[in-house]
Write a protein that binds this ligand. Structure first.
Ligand SMILES: Cc1cc2nc3c(=O)[nH]c(=O)nc-3n(C[C@H](O)[C@H](O)[C@H](O)COP(=O)(O)OP(=O)(O)OC[C@H]3O[C@@H](n4cnc5c(N)ncnc54)[C@H](O)[C@@H]3O)c2cc1C
Length: 503
C-alpha cells in the first residue's frame, strides 16, 4: 500500500509491483502525481502549476527505468538556462554543448570547460553516489575511482561545503559566468553565502549542461500521466480522490489504513507513505505509537520559505533586451551576488524581498502547443515567506507587481503584452498539495544539517519509521526535493531488501 500518488509514491509503487508485490496507491487529489501537473486556461494556455523543468530527472536512473524517456515527448531549445542581472550587461547563457557555452563566456570560457570536465570525471559519479541510498558502498567506490588522490578527495569535500558565492567568485572572473552558476542556487533555500549552497547550484547547472532543459510536450500533466501509466502497466492500482485518514497500528506494526470515507483496507506487507512526515506522525499514525525521542528529533526538521508564483499569459513573446533570452527555457533574473545574498536573507527573516530573485520559465518556447498561435507565456516564481511580517492584506497583488516591475527592466514593454496573470501564493500551493508545507517545494530545507543521515530524522535516513511495516518515500526523505524519483526508488529498494532479509 502506498499513500500519496506524488511522483515518488508512484515510483515506489511501480518498483514494488515489478518485484511481484500487489500494490494499491491511494491519492487524496482527483489527479495523481502530486506537484507534477498542469492546468489549461479557458484561453488555451497550459501552465505547469508545480514542477516545470526536468533536467535533474534526465540525470536520474528513474527516467529510463520507468520508460519516461519514451512515454513522454521531450522538447528542447538551444538555450536551456540563462542569467540576467544588470540590463546593460550581456546575460550569462548556457547552450546545449559546453563548447558553445564556453564560447559565449569570453575570458571564463576555459574555466567553464574545466568545470564540465570535472563534472564528467568526478562530479556526476559523486552525485550519483550521494543521491542513492545513504552509505551504499558500491556507488561511492565508483566515484572514488575518478579521484586522483587523498588531496583531491579533501578538496572535493570542501567544495561540497563551500558557499557558492565563494566557489563561483574564485573560479570565474566575469559576472556572466558567476551568475550563470550561482543563479541555480536560488532553486534551493540555502543562501549563496552559506555553507552547502554549492552542491545544488552545481547539480542543476551541470545537469542542464549535460541534458539541456527538457520540457514535456503538452505540459507537466503529460509526465504525470506517464508516471501513472508506468505504475498501472506494472499492475499497480491507483485510486484518486481517496484521502487516507489513518494508518492502523496494531502491536507496534502498521496493518492497514482507513480512508476519509471510512473504508478500512488491510495491508499484508508494508505501508509506504509519500506524506510530509509530521503530518504522517501526528494525523495518520498518532504520536502515541511513536517514540518520544524520534518525535523530538522530527520536530527539528525545518521547512523553508515557500514559492510565490505567477502564470503570465502574453499575446506575443517577451521583448527581452538581450535577444539571446528569446528561447531560454529558464531565465534566472537576479541581482549581482550582493543583491542575491541580501534578498535571500530578507526571505529567511520572513520579509518580502525588495529585489525578488526570479526563476522564470518559457516552456512554450520549446513546446508551442502550450499557447495559442503567436502567443507566449511566462512561468515565474520566487522564494517568499508563507506569512510575511509587516505586510498589509493586499501584499500578494503588490508583490506580484514588484515581480513584473523587475521583469520589465529586462524586457521593456512586457506589461503591454500581458493578457492575464494568475497569482499563486505559498499557501495556495499548500492547499493544493499538503506536502508543500507553507509552499516549501522541497520537503524541508536542503541545508547540510538536513541532508543524508540527518534527513528527515538523524539516524533514520533509511526510509523506515519506528513502526514496523511503515516506510516513507516523499521529498522530506533522502535525497530531498525535486522530480528525480530517487526518494521513491531508494525507499522501494529498502522495503524489498527488508522483506528479503525479514527485518
Ligand atoms: C511550484 C513548484 C515548482 C517546482 N519546480 C520544480 C522543477 O522545476 N523541477 C523539479 O525537479 N522539481 C520542482 N519542484 C519540486 C517537486 O515538484 C517536488 O519536490 C516533488 O513533486 C515531490 O514529489 P513527492 O512525490 O515527494 O511529493 P508530492 O509531489 O508533494 O506528492 C505527494 C502526494 O501525496 C498526496 N497525499 C498527501 N497526503 C495524503 C493522504 N493523507 N492521503 C492520500 N494522498 C495524500 C498529495 O495529494 C500528493 O499528490 C517544484 C515544486 C513546486 C510546488
Amino acid at each position: 500500500m502506498v499513500i500519496g500518488a506524488g511522483h515518488n509514491g508512484l515510483v515506489a509503487a511501480t518498483l514494488l509491483a515489478r518485484a511481484g508485490w500487489s500494490v494499491e496507491v491511494l491519492e487524496r487529489a482527483p489527479v495523481a502525481s502530486g506537484a507534477v501537473g498542469s492546468d489549461t486556461t479557458v484561453r488555451g494556455y497550459v501552465h505547469d502549476w508545480g514542477s516545470a523543468f526536468y533536467g535533474v530527472l534526465h540525470a536520474s536512473p528513474v527516467l529510463r527505468e520507468l520508460g519516461l524517456d519514451r512515454r513522454v515527448s521531450w522538447a528542447h531549445t538551444s538555450t536551456p538556462v540563462s542569467a540576467v542581472w544588470d540590463p546593460d550587461q550581456p546575460a550569462g547563457v548556457l547552450r546545449r554543448s559546453a563548447e558553445q557555452t564556453a564560447a559565449g563566456l569570453g575570458a571564463d570560457g576555459p574555466a567553464w570547460l574545466e568545470l564540465f570536465a570535472w563534472w564528467q570525471r568526478l562530479g556526476r559519479p559523486l552525485f550519483d553516489a550521494v543521491l542513492g541510498p545513504v552509505g551504499a558502498p558500491l556507488p561511492l567506490l565508483r566515484a572514488a575511482r575518478g579521484l586522483s588522490g587523498v588531496r583531491e578527495a579533501l578538496s572535493t569535500v570542501r567544495t561540497m561545503l563551500e558557499p557558492v558565492e565563494a566557489f563561483t567568485s574564485q573560479r570565474f572572473s566575469t559576472d556572466a559566468a558567476r551568475l550563470l552558476l550561482a543563479g541555480n542556487a536560488t532553486h534551493a533555500d540555502v543562501g549563496i553565502d552559506a555553507a552547502g549552497s554549492t552542491p545544488p547550484a552545481l547539480l542543476l547547472a551541470m545537469a542542464a549542461q549535460e541534458h539541456g532543459m527538457p520540457v514535456p510536450v503538452g505540459g507537466a500533466s503529460v509526465l504525470a500521466a506517464a508516471l501513472v501509466e508506468a505504475a498501472e502497466e506494472a499492475g499497480v492500482v491507483v485510486r484518486t480522490s481517496t484521502p487516507v485518514a489513518r494508518v492502523v497500528v496494531r502491536g507496534g506494526r502498521a496493518v492497514g489504513v482507513v480512508t476519509d470515507a471510512g473504508e478500512g483496507i488491510a495491508v499484508r506487507r508494508a505501508v509506504v507513505a509519500d506524506v510530509a512526515p509530521h503530518v504522517l506522525a501526528r494525523d495518520l499514525v498518532g504520536e502515541q505509537h511513536l517514540p518520544g525521542e524520534w518525535l523530538a528529533s522530527l520536530r527539528r526538521h525545518r521547512w523553508t520559505s515557500g514559492y510565490f508564483r505567477l502564470d503570465v499569459d502574453l499575446d506575443g513573446p517577451a521583448p527581452w533586451r538581450d535577444e539571446r533570452l528569446a528561447d531560454s527555457v529558464v531565465v534566472h533574473v537576479s541581482g549581482d551576488l550582493d543583491e542575491m545574498a541580501m534578498s535571500q536573507a530578507q526571505v529567511r527573516r520572513q520579509r518580502l524581498p525588495d529585489l525578488p530573485q526570479l526563476i522564470l520559465g518559457q516552456q512554450d518556447r520549446a513546446d508551442p502547443t502550450r499557447v495559442p498561435a503567436g502567443a507566449a507565456s511566462l512561468w515565474v516564481e520566487c522564494h517568499c515567506p508563507a506569512r510575511p511580517v509587516d505586510e498589509p492584506e493586499d501584499w500578494e497583488q503588490r508583490f506580484a507587481d514588484r515581480m513584473i516591475d523587475r521583469l520589465e527592466v529586462h524586457a521593456p514593454g512586457l506589461r503591454s503584452r500581458i493578457v492575464d496573470t494568475t497569482v499563486v501564493s505559498p499557501l495556495d500551493l499548500q492547499r493544493r498539495d499538503p506536502n508543500l508545507v507553507g509552499g516549501d517545494v522541497g520537503g524541508g530545507s536542503a541545508a547540510p544539517d538536513q541532508l543524508l543521515v540527518f534527513r528527515p530524522v538523524a539516524g533514520w535516513s533509511s526510509y523506515r519509521l519506528p513502526v514496523a511495516g511503515l516506510w516513507m518515500c516523499g521529498a522530506a526523505s533522502h535525497p530531498g526535493g525535486g522530480v528525480h524519483g530517487l526518494c521513491g526508488r531508494n525507499a522501494a529498494r529498502a522495503v524489498l531488501r527488508a522483506a528479503r532479509l525479514r527485518v
